[in-house]
Design a protein around this ligand. Sequence first.
Ligand code: SF4
Length: 353
Amino acid sequence: MRYHGTMTQGIDTYSIEGLEGLVAELGQPRFRATQLFEWLYGHGASSYDEMTNLPASLRTELAAAAPLLLPEVMDKRISADRTRKYILKLADGELVETVGIPSGSQGGAGHERLTVCVSSQVGCAMGCTFCATGQEGFTRNLSPGEIVWQLLCVAKDFGKRVSNVVVMGQGEPFLNYDNCLAALRVINHAKGPQVGARHITVSTCGILDGVRQFGAEPEQFTLAVSLHAARQVVRDVLMPQIATVPLGELKAALVNYQRAAGRRISFEYLMIDGVNSAEEDLVALKDYCAGLMVHINLLPVNAVPGGKYNPCSEAYMYQWAERLAQAGIEASVRTSRGSDIYGACGQLKNMQG
Ligand code: SF4
């Protein structure tokens, strides 16, 4: 199966099954597809020439049928907190951002985690008013390989294995569902980057079809929802394009998701002073969580050039976390990683300056 909807027709547009089909079309036995997969996503090969256990004739045919056009790192910024943001240039010249976030103890071998925040689209159609990407508009979907290569690029630069993946960069992943799922299956694969399914999180602003489909997937991937307000009137201002999905309908879909998947959901809640952080917002949030198994991440809204929102104080965010805990709702205050290099939530905008 080949994935359409992208402008490139390179090897990156093929899912795992697609690679098998391609190899079969070229008259080769199935194990060649496994070898090809391992070269692409296990070893991160940058050309067909490197794939020395494939016959030279097959390498030539592959190069003609499905060119391997890796993204190019155009810019890299390193934050004071060691977060690294990359701007990658894709084969058609479009730019996309990805962020590598190390955490845990440094030096102690194997104890440091490396989380990669990948983008799923070039730009985004959702137009969230706190988000730099949303102000840019939508350009195109990323192919499965373009999503996986973001992770490989970060792993190579850090010189270590990626432990966690969050699909929280540019784009709304559930508006590019098939390519995202194909990418996650590669990322999770035993002969690929081998990131455990439970360590892979997809964040949606609330695309209902995606939530339904995701709940039926066999893998234990984690669902996160960018909630940011539990009062409709506030959410409609912050996230105007998803106003077509009322909070009540979203909740019904989340209840069904939990019934089907049996997994806990994360809510992301950017705390914005004077906008979504009043007492009535907290009350609405507690009500919204009733009947759901959730963990809430409270994050300070980040600075966006020309942006109009200011974050709540850390002390205030901890007060909310405590009040949520008193109501039996798990919540954590997350410090924003990489905000000094515009690599934090809502700041991704392909800025090189
Ligand atoms: S927050 Fe996410 S869904 Fe909203 S505009 Fe930004 S990238 Fe798109």
